[in-house]
Design a protein around this ligand. Sequence first.
Ligand code: PDD
Length: 295
Amino acid sequence: MTGHWALYQDTLLPRQDAKTDIEDRGYQFGDGVYEVIRVYSGELFLAEAHAKRMEKSLRELSISFPDCSERVIKGAQLLVEAEGIDDGIVYLQITRGAAPRVHQFPSKDTVPVFTGTAGPLPRSLELMGQGITVLLLPDIRWLRNDIKSLNLLGAVLSKQRAKEKGCYEAILERNGIMTEGSSSNLFIVKDGTLITHPANNLILNGITRQEIIKLATTRNIPVQEVPFTIEEFFRSDEAFICGTTTEIMPITQIKTLDSPDAVRSSALASGTPGPITRKLQDLFSDLVTRCGGGS
Ligand code: PDD
């Protein structure tokens, strides 16, 4: 993000004045957590849920950060106001702090480092309308994807691979089971039922995912949080990815790699966004408009 401001330990600084210690554990080990919060029409979207998840991620890593929720929301608001964001995102991270580089936790007086930035991001309405192509890849990430940690190399390599193959997102498979996207959750629709991987250690329990499950349930669309196979994904009636930045993005085309250079492409179902995906997109847009006054 190329904003003018940065949050540093709860305070706004001109971006060029915000500096990190070279021995910050976030920088050296990826030892920290982050959140991305959406902004619609200048309002934070589902900020409490993001703040609570940040608290959970910190707890899982035994990083002590008092008053997390209040500080996260306050910090995000400061950034939105300073940058004058209309539709955009806020990025916030908390590391275990700076200390001499040894793997084990540093001394108790090490202070966590809380930083953030914000920038504009228009809604991808065109792509949401037409659908996307995804690349199917093995899930090479660690086994605690429920923690929103700064360790994102598995996601970085997968997303880069997807980009090189002309795809919007990499969707990941572990032992024949579809888990999620490199930075999104994955849903399929089969015979009118919405199916998504259970929220266990193998996926991030997305805030958008949770909202979609709520929206579907209130509209009597059946939802199953159960593992599904690669074959079930290919045979699904509809599929989409979702997340804070992507919202609900229909999958219309899947690419697979027979070898690093041999790409095979196939349409998902009819190759156009399906009716339940469209319905959920409408419901989600209503929510955006109600909560954020968004476009
Ligand atoms: N990514 N799964 C993974 C692996 C993610 O990185 C994300 C979000 C999601 C969706 O979660 P949510 O609905 O809470 O945004 C699922 C963020 C946006 C990112 O890394 O930029």
